[in-house]
Write a protein of this length. Structure first.
Length: 256
């Protein structure tokens, strides 16, 4: 995330899992207003501005959310009125649109000019988990940033690596990986978390790779179910082996 407020783009589309994106944005905004730190260090999280921002009470930040599932005119009218006043660059005003994929056509049209030429001092952050659903006219006005929980493939446990490209590996390859470095009982929930994150990311990016959303959903369903049926002591090997078979099946069946 860019912390330099002088060079922060005025209109940004932040793409990723909503709680994760929201948390990153809150950290950025705290760094703008934190009373105790400069822009080069992290916000303190303790001062009045930091806490008000965390609680969504900071007056200079408007958090917009579609009250009825889709943004309607009433949701944005007040905000549009407010943006008729410019703000000192030192003061800054921020509008955050959660679920920016839920702008209806009429609301999007009302916002276009604003996003095209943001008034002085105003910053707009559009948050979405589904960038494909954003109207192209809106999307073209935003600088895009993607948020990934940072997982480096090279740091993946070799057994987990077997779960990232189902269909390419057969069971014997999985068994070999397992025998070389099995997953301990205590590690299983964390490992499942990692796989869920990886497959959530694949789901969100399924438009740009060869995996379909249906395949991702099928794999996520197996992973989620496994989460609620963690193995009994000693049941690690069969648990992971079964999951490998189920995920391979779920994935290849959706391929047809
Ligand atoms: Zn602070």
């Amino acid at each position: 995330m860019i912390y330099d407020k002088m060079h922060t783009p005025r209109v940004q589309l932040l793409i990723g899992h909503l709680p994760h994106v929201r948390e990153s944005l809150i950290t950025l905004l705290k760094s703008w207003w934190c009373a105790t730190t400069s822009s080069t260090t992290s916000p303190c999280n303790m001062c009045v501005p930091c806490r008000a921002i965390q609680d969504y009470h900071w007056a200079a930040i408007r958090w917009m959310t579609p009250e009825k599932g889709v943004y309607i005119k009433d949701d944005v009218e007040q905000m549009l009125n407010a943006t008729q006043f410019t703000v000192d660059d030192e003061q800054r005003a921020v509008v955050v649109f959660e679920h920016a994929d839920m702008f209806g056509i009429s609301v999007a049209n009302r916002l276009l000019k604003l996003l095209e030429e943001p008034p002085a001092g105003w910053f707009f952050f559009l948050l979405t988990e589904r960038p494909d659903m954003i109207l192209p006219t809106v999307r073209s006005r935003c600088l895009e940033q993607r948020f990934h929980p940072s997982i480096l493939p090279s740091l993946l446990h070799p057994v987990l690596a077997c779960f990232t490209t189902p269909g390419e590996l057969q069971l014997p390859a999985f068994i070999r990986a397992w025998e070389q470095q099995p997953i301990a009982a205590a590690e299983t929930p964390t490992m499942l978390d990692t796989l869920l994150t990886i497959w959530n990311n694949k789901y969100q990016e399924s438009h740009s790779n060869n995996i379909t959303q249906a395949q991702c959903m099928a794999v996520l369903a197996v992973l989620t179910q496994a989460y609620y049926q963690l193995p009994m002591p000693g049941g690690q090997t069969i648990f992971w082996r079964l999951m490998f078979i189920q995920i391979t099946q779920a994935y290849t069946q959706r391929d047809k």
